[in-house]
Write a protein that binds this ligand. Sequence first.
Ligand code: ASP
Length: 357
Amino acid sequence: MKLFGTANCFLATVLFSAGALAFAPEQAGPVRSVSQRRPGDRPNMQQSKIGLVVHGGAGTIERSKMTPEREREYRAGVERALSAGYEILKRGGSSLDAAEAAVRVFEDDPRFNAGRGSVFTNIGTNELDAAVMDGKTLRAGAVGCLEHIKNPVSLARLVMEKSGHVMMVGEGAETFARENGADFVEQKYFYTKERWDALEKMKATEKSGGPEKKFIISGQDRHGTVGAVALDRDGNLAAATSTGGTTNKRTGRVGDSPVIGGGTYANNATCAVSATGDGEYFIRATVGHDISALMEYRGMSLKEAADAVLDKVAKLGGTGGLIAIDRHGNIALPFNTSGMYRGYADPNGKFVVEIYR
Ligand code: ASP
């Protein structure tokens, strides 16, 4: 059962937004003016720190409902994604490559709501959304309502690099994908029993009616998303997000994940963000860009900005979480749900994987 109603979301946020960490000291000295900080800015000449944070979705994830085996599988999935991205960063690869690689691993894992494990729409189909953003150039690519693309995050990157556009959806996006050699799959590739059962449960609840129907379905049944944010050796930030959206969504619905400045954002001058949660609220709160803007214009730290914006989401009535990293390698992982699959590489390169608050 969903743990929090709208009324006490604010309190929940205060209680649960404890996931922010700082490996590096917060920015010392006066805040640099906006005109001094531009996209592509090299934060400092000795930049050599690398950083990676990933998430596999936030929601009602309760320890009591998790078997040890299931928990192990989720933890291993998060670790595989971390490992794929971190290997690239360690070798001196780009944050964009690392974020994309981490998200591809999640997309191929049926346990997470993205790619293979995507949830079903109200007519029993799967429609996938994804985005990438390069903090160095502020270039971005996003895709929505894909029905046959194995790895939407890589198509988002192709859109960014080869289409001349930022966002492409549906058939047109798939035509572009075919022209550019993306991997195609049939819809049955996305079938998982767990997601199908969740759709049926949701349909049954809907039929039985009642204003509380949203809260009878657990967060895990309803949604999920995967994402990664990375800082590379050259001081460049990148973000990537991918999702099947929300169970029983109308066909044609697009969530926050592919909305640049909503569920995905990166800017070398500030931070990289990937969000998960009730997409409609995250879009309305312009989560990714707001965090960046609070840092850029108000001089807030990453943690302050991330907490403030998640509070804003909660006040609107939305639940979820986000991962973020700044140009110094500070990270924040706040969420206002009972759990969020998440992981990061600590300063010694050791992987930390967490699920519950
Ligand atoms: N934010 C995603 C969407 O609304 C779902 C989620 O992250 O749980 O599509």
